[in-house]
Unconditional design. Structure first.
Length: 335
């Protein structure tokens, strides 16, 4: 029994984007731009954040301003493009430029510390991670509602940034190492699969179908949101389904994603996350390409549902992110 792809109106997500230096933060604000390094984490972030989503900059344990994403672009020969200087990492000695960019429209102006209770969802992630160490953090709808009232309404427009002649490209992903050609073509990794599943379940039709299959009585897809990595004391949940506006109590469903075969250790890991979420977690979901016999047996003893993902696109070739998530289906395995 599969959860087929369904189109519906996509609700905007909200992200805090980590900025490496004060100088880069000032350039982002000046030109109304966000840029991501030409590494695996940069292309992952570029896939995660869509047009119409909202973002704030994260620097110095403070959130800066609220923007809406108006345009996304990936640029060739970015090492020669302003406004950011290429960054060299001491550990690897490798230098990265900023090919992945978001054009932003500012809505609110503020500089607020993350210790405010309104940022608790993101602050908890930062605390349990021991710092940023990540290009972006997704916050929930409650956080977006709060920041939409912070500070003052933005006035004016960003300064235009003249660029030399350059061309755009669409990032692609492959399992074939012979086709790798960064920053245009990247290895298909688990983080990209997680993002594809998140995009798939952001469709209310797909999400409602999922809820029907797992017999979650009384819960409507429109009442839930799906978020990226959520930190717990035992580790990081790949995806989390939670209520948009909890009233008195809440429902939280952790989703663990494995690109290849899932084993019994993966079932145990997910069960640990469920235990930490206590009574607010009615069940868990384990997604994989297939399942070992030990995983199948162990799942029967738990409240964990198994879903086998399938892709219509052949990732042995080079596929766009849109081709990956639009051709994704989730098939339930009976216990």
């Amino acid at each position: 029994m599969s959860v087929e792809s369904s189109q519906s109106v996509r609700k905007p997500s909200y992200f805090l984007i980590s900025v490496s230096t004060r100088e880069n933060l000032e350039l982002c604000i000046r030109y109304g731009l966000a840029g991501f390094l030409g590494g695996q984490s940069g292309v992952w972030t570029f896939c995660e954040i869509e047009n119409g989503d909202f973002v704030s900059f994260l620097y110095g344990a403070r959130a800066h301003n609220l923007y809406r994403v108006d345009k996304r672009e990936a640029l060739t020969n970015s090492d020669h493009l302003p406004p950011w200087k290429p960054l060299t990492f001491k550990e690897s000695g490798r230098t990265y430029s900023f090919p992945f960019r978001l054009h932003l429209r500012q809505f609110r102006e503020f500089t607020e510390p993350l210790v405010r209770t309104e940022f608790s969802y993101v602050a908890e992630n930062l605390l349990l991670r021991g710092g940023y160490r990540k290009t972006h953090f997704q916050a929930d709808q409650t956080t977006l509602q709060s920041v939409s009232e912070m500070g003052t309404r933005a006035a004016g427009s960003p300064e235009p940034l003249p660029l030399p002649e350059c061309s755009n490209f669409t990032p692609r992903f492959t399992r074939n190492p012979k086709l790798l050609n960064t920053p245009e073509t990247w290895r298909f990794q688990e983080t990209i699969l997680q993002s594809a599943i998140r995009q798939h379940l952001m469709s209310e039709g797909n999400l409602q179908s999922l809820l029907t299959k797992i017999s979650l009585a009384g819960v409507q897809g429109s009442e839930l949101e799906i978020l990226g990595e959520k930190a717990l004391t035992q580790g990081h949940i790949d995806l989390l389904l939670k209520e948009r506006v909890p009233l008195g109590s809440t429902v939280r469903i952790p989703i663990e994603v494995k690109m290849n075969k899932a084993q019994s250790a993966d079932v145990a890991q997910l069960r640990g996350y469920m235990d930490e979420l206590h009574g607010e977690c009615p069940l868990g979901l384990l997604v994989a390409s297939n399942f070992g016999k030990d995983a199948l047996a162990k799942a029967k003893e738990t409240r964990i549902n198994l879903l086998q993902y399938r892709l219509s696109s052949d990732v042995k070739t080079a596929c766009t992110f849109e081709e990956i998530y639009s051709g994704l289906t989730l098939e339930f395995l009976p216990k």
